[in-house]
Write a protein that binds this ligand. Sequence first.
Ligand code: FDA
Length: 397
Amino acid sequence: MDHFDVTILGAGAAGLFCAGIAGQRGLRVLLLDHSAKVAEKIRISGGGRANFTNMEVGPRNFLSDNPNFCRGALARFTPRQFIALLQRDGIGFHEKHRGQLFCDRSAEDLIDLLLRECAAGQVTRWQPCAVHEVRTGDTPARYVLSTDRGEVHSHSVVVATGGLSIPKIGASDFGYRLARQFGLRLVEQRPALVPLTFDERAWQSFAQLAGLSLPVDIATGEKKARTSFSEDLLFTHRGLSGPAVLQISSYWKPGTPIGVDLSPQTALQPTLQEAKLSTRRLLPNVLGEHLPARLAAAWTSADATWQRPINETADKALNALASSLHAWQVTPTGTEGYRKAEVTAGGVDTRDLSSQTMESRQPGLYFIGEVVDVTGWLGGYNFQWAWSSAYSCAHAL
Ligand code: FDA
């Protein structure tokens, strides 16, 4: 029988960070994961360079039924504190876009840092090792875990099993099941930061644009609760992707439309009206000076009145073309699902967790990282939540 002060389930971003800190605080820590490889999601994140945080992080960058829940943890452990760890170890990083920080060399540098922290805390790591059951035990071992390597007694259990996305690299619903077993509430889970798909027939005319990317303004939701982003959109064979669509997907509700301004930097109506007075060129060619030529050609092919020389095109037709591009309304039929989603929205209901410690209403049972109903935007926010929630928990154990 093995005895530990704390057993952490899941050796991903949150689990590794929590284990290192708890171990260095002098606790006997067991970290276990059913995957053979450690931190697979860090390894594949940010195109292999891990967008590990963002310079500007606040509650507005997260979705949750309780938008303020994350505030305390984010203040307790900030991006600057995580950056200081990388600097201490001489790991190079750079800002790519809007405060997003990436490793210069590889996400492996980050994984090595986290493993060094665990080694400094003399953390025992069992991988691969599945947990089959967690039940309450006798004091002082509040919990008894049955695992592939036998029974473990532990004073506390930290659940860091992440969300449901990318099942082929180890995602499971174990954390949610455990929460339910102990009577904790769950916020319904759904894929987030995920490409949106459309009815195959309705999408046929856009499928020819696959691979095309352009900056857009994108929005969803009713007036009062309208959410918008200015990012790049990517056309795919099945629908829409790219940062703009991943961001809006987290807010999109099935059955509702999304609004896209395909020309956010150029007001097309006055631009086309002006061109009408000075050139006899075909409208698709004029439009192609302001939008990607492929998009201009495909868009104007939808209406015969948009295929004439611009000086022979009626004002009404020009204005209709401009409006259709500035206010494109499309209703996705679904998403690419957990297979392609970067994260899972929803999770363990924050009403049943302490925002100070991440401990649940069940004494000694903690939840950190993505398994909690706190979901970040694209841009390093999900890793920062993993670090911040892990830090708060590790100092409370
Ligand atoms: P994480 O998923 O990292 O770890 C959970 C661990 O628990 C896994 O190792 C899993 O094997 C283990 N586990 C699950 N069930 C178990 C069980 N029953 N028993 C034992 N172990 C179990 N975020 C960001 O901020 N910047 C970025 O650049 C990216 N990029 C990115 C790319 C891609 C392709 C994906 C899929 C995701 C991202 N993300 C991201 C999101 C980010 O990876 C994610 O939010 C964090 O990894 C969450 O950290 P956790 O530790 O909570 O879960």
